[in-house]
Design a protein around this ligand. Sequence first.
Ligand SMILES: Cc1ncc(C[n+]2csc(CCOP(=O)(O)OP(=O)(O)O)c2C)c(N)n1
Length: 407
Amino acid sequence: MRVPGAPARPGEQPDFSYLRLTDAGVAPRPAVDAAVADTEGLSRQLVRVLDEDGAARGDWAPDLSTEQLTHGLRLMLGVRAFDDRMLKAQRQGKISFYVQSRGEEAVSVAQGLALRTGDMLFPTYRNQGLYFARERPVVDLMCQCLSNARDMCRGRQLPIMYHWKEKNIFSISGNLTTQVPQAVGWAMASAIKGEDHIAVTWTGEGSTAESDYHNALTFANVYQAPCIINVVNNQWAISTFQGIAGGQDSPFAARGPGYGMPGIRVDGNDYLAVYAVTEWAAQRARSGGGPSLIELVTYRASAHSTSDDPSRYRAKDEHKHFPLGDPIERLKTHLVAQGAWSQKEHDELIAELDDRMSASWQEALSYGTTEEGSSFAVDSMFDDVYKDIPDHLVAQREKLKRQLQKQ
Ligand SMILES: Cc1ncc(C[n+]2csc(CCOP(=O)(O)OP(=O)(O)O)c2C)c(N)n1
């Protein structure tokens, strides 16, 4: 019997010696149709493309133009500016709750851009970058957090639980890991219909301890569902360390071959590696090769949410010691080394994004806040649940309307 302990707690020195690292350019890139057995080594290595100096190394270096990479950098900076603005909004008491993705921006932005718009995404609450990759106006996201008259969830959801039916982003659920079996089911339906759209889902490493996750992996592999299951290993699940979810002895990626599918462990703060691995798994799924599991090794640099204080459970400044650095800084260094970007452009863009976020926030406020402005009619709570509202709910709605008229 044992209870895995975190490597460092408050008052101790940060310690990432448990992370098994591989140098950039070392992990081999198998053919997209490789047998699972020939991909097994990738679940214990770490696919990395960017080296210490920002140079791209090895077979996994994706074929991306500097324009494409600069676009990715802009989007990641946009996500960070959005997160900063929304954290302030929560601190000002304008919204009740928020979750930042600081330090993990490459996951959603690089993966979002490596996929096709017809692919269905099943995110967590920390994948806001997917909305940037698919170009949702930030005002819409802000209005959801404000539960105002333009809230896409019509006031029925916690802030950050966005969805976007038109651009194939499934609604976020507060119940961890429900999205994984849903994604596998969607992928099976896509295959049954003969389409080449794949389903892609994300879950935190802590949430992989949920049984839904394991049921989903069994279904995905048995039926060779065209999907990608991403485990975002940001080292922490609120105050519990990744070892407590099973990452201590064996990487999360190693579950893949155990279920019969490739499991690829990738440097989640290396934009190029994340893009390349996602493209590989997407091509494999699209061409009938079945599911893949990707573990993205990253670090949650912010608090879990606006409801916790990480100084109570993590070593001070732990994020500064994370050996894989910051995804924005690393892509920036790569582009600067290529002469495609400069510190001046970087600073100007940050200022421009801050201004844009402030202007968007003012616009979102003009549609009302949680407490002020018009809101949805109370009886609208019966809409959108059933295609045809059952009789007993029709009766309840009528009763509610009568009571409201009396008030
Ligand atoms: C089924 C379920 N159990 C527990 C919770 C409470 N909860 C919310 S977030 C969280 C931690 C999740 O950590 P992880 O999966 O590693 O993702 P991260 O937040 O680090 O991105 C927990 C325990 C929940 N929302 N749903």
